[in-house]
Ligand binder design. Sequence first.
Ligand code: MRU
Length: 356
Amino acid sequence: MKIDGTPYRTIWPRPDETVEVIDQIALPHRFQTQVLRSAEECADAIKTMLVRGAPLIGATAAYGMALAMKVDPSSRAVVAAHDMLLATRPTAVNLRWALKRMSDVLARQTHGDRFSLAWVEAAKICDEDVEICRKIGEHGLKIFREIAAKKNGRLNVLTHCNAGWLACVDWGTALAPIYLAFNQGIDVHVWVDETRPRNQGASLTAYELGAHGVKHAIIADNAGGHYMQAGEVDVCIVGTDRVTRNGDVANKIGTYLKALAATDNNVPFYVALPSTTIDWTMEKGADIPIEERGTDEVLKISGRLNGDVVTVDIAAPGSPARNPGFDVTPARLVTGLITEAGVCEASEDGLRGLFA
Ligand code: MRU
């Protein structure tokens, strides 16, 4: 996607064999990039959410493994880098998937240039993610076309958190069909949930959509149900960090409440995902580890003041808080899963029908 006319991915290799990423903590106030020089810096970037979003976390971890091989290509170092990167964030299963793929490839090369092998494999993971997201976009676009046709060509979409190109390598999952719909002239408008506490909707999704020229409005997380009752939401679409075998969906905290409101109002609720987000080893959503994050994200808020980014307290001193990063939407509330292989019911049969 483009920022000010320049095409970007969220992560890319540099000629000096380091990796460059878009700094997602600085957005939307400043567009800047950061260079990651080691596996430790990749782990730190994931932990601090300089990079975030399930597919991008996986891609960054893959490059982290490659950078570890530059320093020490031993089998012990493969395991150490794998374990360090895996410990960064618990919910998005793409992280585990990417690390396993890198470890498996490296295990087949017991001597020789492990760094080059890993460097090429990490690039492949990124290229494949771009293609997967494009295909998700095409499958989602068919659904959007059908809905828009019933609404005189207009389409009001609601999304939660950021499952756009900033969460992936390019295109995005939930936002890919939106970009394709826009590119093909569908009159699309997006309700962007602000997504407290870190505000990925307000700071990242709105930024992306605005940069591409897609009409949108940021709404408080509590407003979606109201707009659904008022008939102003035609379809909801979100990304996901892990889908279990039975079709349950873990995504950013607050997704479940949107799915409940959508079901109550007969608004279709779709989840877009690459197959790398399916956890075939896990039977149901209740088993998904939910990241509990620091309470400062709830008790403070950051914003721009006279050109500077400042952080302020929003609660009385000493108020306790809790901060679960994700929740689980049961499969029964999901209208369909949109993957690179097509659209299926949120169930084991549905998933197996696409991914035998
Ligand atoms: O905590 P984050 O910002 O990494 O959470 C991201 C989300 O929940 C996304 O919606 C999800 O990863 C899907 S990304 C394509």
